[in-house]
Design a protein around this ligand. Structure first.
Ligand SMILES: Cc1cc2nc3c(=O)[nH]c(=O)nc-3n(C[C@H](O)[C@H](O)[C@H](O)COP(=O)(O)O)c2cc1C
Length: 214
């Protein structure tokens, strides 16, 4: 099979616009409205977001995580604090995330600083996960190399045995981060690449809003 000619792939964005009167003054309200649109459109894993971190020398890395909460305090995701991203966020708490909702021709970018969630909040979310995912979190030293799949499955079996007949406890190296909303930018695709971009930047108690060229 032939690979696609990447340079020839081209989509037109003509669904709708995003104007200032529609966007309002509060990016949290607008984000929630876009989440409703995403739910109505039935987009698969619509809470997947790319999360960029950087190490102490400024070298970036990016991966997908699932957005598990969003309000004025920030965007919440869960992970292993001893993972590569966890290590990077420990030395450099500045991060950036982007969500892409392709069928709606929309993206949202977030920039801010992460903080670890309270143990109680992480406990509550961990308790809500399916048991298999809880065991997986106990068993995996995320981002660390392992000899082969068999060794990983042994670690899973060990974790299952350790919690046989009782609730799985949240490992202390597993929990939530909250990415503060310092900057939130909404992008709506428009015809001929003349897209709409509205960027909200936190200003005291409120927000300043500006339109950016596409
Ligand atoms: C759709 C999707 C959702 C994911 N969700 C998470 C998540 O919520 N938390 C997480 O730690 N990793 C998640 N991952 C795995 C990460 O992309 C990544 O492989 C892992 O966190 C290790 O990243 P790191 O080595 O940069 O720390 C997800 C991957 C995909 C493709």
């Amino acid at each position: 099979m032939q690979s696609p000619d990447l340079a020839a792939l081209r989509a037109e964005y003509t669904r709708e616009g995003l104007d200032e009167s529609d966007a309002g003054d509060d990016p949290v309200v607008l984000f929630r409205r876009w989440l409703d649109d995403v739910a109505a459109a039935g987009i698969h894993e619509s809470n997947a977001m790319a999360l960029a971190t950087a190490d102490a020398s400024g070298r970036p890395s990016v991966r997908i995580v699932l957005l598990k909460g969003f309000d004025d305090r920030g965007a919440v995701f869960y992970t292993n604090y001893d993972s590569r991203k966890g290590d990077e966020l420990t030395v450099n708490p500045w991060a950036s995330a982007v969500l892409l909702w392709h069928p709606l021709q929309r993206q949202v970018r977030i920039e801010g600083r992460v903080s670890r969630m309270d143990a109680a909040e992480s406990d509550a979310y961990f308790a809500s996960r399916p048991r298999g995912a809880q065991i997986g979190a106990v068993a995996s030293r995320q981002s660390h190399p392992i000899e082969n799949r068999g060794a990983l499955e042994e670690q899973v079996a060990d974790a299952k045995r350790a919690f046989d007949g009782r609730d799985v406890e949240r490992p202390e190296q597993w929990g939530g981060f909250r990415l503060s909303l310092d900057v939130v930018e909404f992008w709506q695709g428009r015809a001929d690449r003349v897209h709409d971009r509205l960027r909200f930047t936190r200003a005291g108690e409120g927000w300043s809003r500006e339109r950016l060229q596409p």
